[in-house]
Design a protein around this ligand. Sequence first.
Ligand SMILES: *Cc1c(COP(=O)(O)O)cnc(C)c1O
Length: 386
Amino acid sequence: MRISRRISELPPYPFAEIDRRIEEKKRQGVDVINFGVGDPDLPTPAHIIAVLCEEASDAANHRYPSYQGMRSFREAAAAWVAGRFGFTLDPDREVLALIGSKEGIAHFPMAVLDTGDIALVPNPSYPVYRTATLFCGGVPVEMPLREERGFLPDLAAVPEETWRKARLLFVNYPNNPTTAIADHAFFEELVYYARKHEVVLAHDLAYSEITFDGYVAPSLLEIPGAKGVAIEFHSLSKTYNMTGWRIGFAVGGEDIIAPFAKVKENIDSGVFNAVQLAAVAALRGPQDCVRDNCGVYARRRDILLEGLRSIGWEVAAPMATLYIWMRVPRGHDSRSFTTELLEKAGIVVAPGSAYGSRGEGYVRFSLTLSDQLLLEGVDRIGKAFS
Ligand SMILES: *Cc1c(COP(=O)(O)O)cnc(C)c1O
């Protein structure tokens, strides 16, 4: 069978080789500890599950959901945003339900890109920005994220010619994989460039609530004028340990949300109502589960940091996200260090290079493991590298 170039020309899945080696290790009887995946290990809070169970048996919820999301879900999302970030949204025109934010991020470029249009994509980054651009005939142009700039792209370094052809720009703060955060000054700069060059900003805010040490992550839409040029992707996945439930939402000005809703009307048929109603319970219910979650991740972060530093490795404490982003020890690259960790210690980490060429020289550790596994992992790394 002939398959499309869109698929056949995609680079191989970066984790395929690692997955194969993990399997091999397991077959040899090695008890592998996996720091590679960013999927919360903690359960969804009980009050959210209870609503799903109840609503799942209501026949009114068994039919096709609405395309844009239930009004009660859109209202809950708008109220949550207002309470959290302090700006108002029209739930009918400025909020759209998503089947997880990944779905939204993957389909949104279809609303703004024509064949040959440029999308500015950070490197390293979550891989979906680039693939989604390619899938709709767009041209991804990389914005390097460098440690010396706090992993913020240098917008002034983007050539005029690139800005002219650009229609879309992706950003993600708090950032996966670098764990970097952005301040209002950077967001103001983004809005300035977006307005000047008529570029739509797509901000992936999946980690807005996974923050530590009192840090509160801002929304790009807090910047005056941003609503006219930006869309923001919210996810319940990391906030409420709901990765398997598949629900998120997009917010932005009507001019951006309306064409995006048109794309989605032609692709999917919305999110199961019972899941939306459970999400309403999450957004409107008590938020101490979120605070408790962050407490767990902060403790794990400290365990891992202390362990890595005691080996003599320099590693910065992240203010947000589920990860630690570490420079590999001298003499290694991402892949050789990842291989050595697996061979010598039975430890899996994500090689930075899997997130783009600029991730080379780094690895990403996830905090989605129990304290006990973290301690065991750190112990093994220490023994293997001392
Ligand atoms: C986890 C993650 C998402 C996806 O979240 P879903 O809502 O589960 O689709 C989006 N962006 C980044 C950067 C992530 O790490």
